[in-house]
Design a protein around this ligand. Sequence first.
Ligand code: ZN
Ligand code: ZN
Length: 423
Amino acid sequence: MSTLKKGDLSSSEKELFEVITAGKPSRLTLIPYGMTPLMHAAYKGKADMCKLLLQHGADVNCNEHEHGYTALMFAGLSGKTDITWMMLDAGAETDVVNSVGRTAAQMAAFVGQHDCVTVINNFFSRARLDYYTKPQGLEKEPKLPPKLAGPLHKVIMSTNLNPVKMVMLVKENPLLVEVEALEKCRRVMELICEMCIKQQDMNEVLAMKMHYISCMLGKCASFLKDREDKLDGLIKSLLKGRDSDGFPVYQEKFIRECIRKFPYCDVTLLQQLVRSIAPVDIGNDPTALSVLTQAITGQVGFMDAEFCTSCGEKGAEKRCSVCKMVIYCEKSCQKMHWFTHKKVCKKLQEQREKQEAESAKLRMQQSKVRCVCVCVCVSEESKAVQEAADSLQELSVESSSDGAPSDSAAVNSDPTSIAAADN
Ligand SMILES: [Zn+2]
Ligand SMILES: [Zn+2]
């Protein structure tokens, strides 16, 4: 057998490529256990290979795996969000279950791939939205003007539910910054929400998200109606913190109200949200935003990433140089927040300095305690050694005075006793 040089394909790989380039998707389920090449590529995290296979007609929903796994499940297990997205975009079904009754999102969650869970739970295909851009039944015009589908789809696909970010997404597209357009989009969101509830496999998560977006768009529309400064005023209201600690009360109340207005009262997700939020005083943790985000995106906790104080984007690194207590993704986000942050910045700085001083003091005390400990240990040790030595001496004194024969030589070698003998 000739050895392969680097970059050469093995005979089975060659065969696979021939099948792919010949565009014969039916022959792509050749591998044992019913595992298709697409499943393999997804599991191994090979994005280029997945793309190639999909382009050549690999069936994303092939379900002949012996344990009922799909390519989407393997993508979720791999932890690669881009591949998970690719499978969804190619039409992967999200509600298929494997032999133990788990969906792809549940499988990904089971192995801790929460970013993939987020992608799956928030996926809503453009094709499903485009349905509303065509007149249905007796309609003369579609519910959603086709030009709005793109910008609206971008809002739907956002996994950042911070209302400031949502308004920014609306604001960045002039087509959406118009009362009539917003009302149409809002209506479509409500229809999709209703569909998510009434379809056979109810999708509570997506229904809640659509409802939330609908509320957000409605808020934008009402601000556009009676304000000259368009959506900047809404952003300011959402960011404005209360005087005592800078907590954005309006934002919290807005999100709570959105949840309360969810029209399907007996939905379990709604009841869970209300139970988590209702007992919390405004300003305390958890915030309505964090509870809602966890419910919709599946993001558990906010531990391993820093989030922008203004817009909630992940991976923010720029810190306020004065208080060092708030972080932003961009300079523009800091600028946007300054009108309200400046009222508490000094106070936060003092708090931080006090905390730092206290923890430094604590560290000092701890090291002192350690030092004292060591000294005590040493002195106790030497005390113990001394005591042992004393008792040993007592022992030898006792034994020498009892006149035991073994000690007689020693007694005899005493110079005084010799002198005595000389006399
Ligand atoms: Zn930001
Ligand atoms: Zn600051």
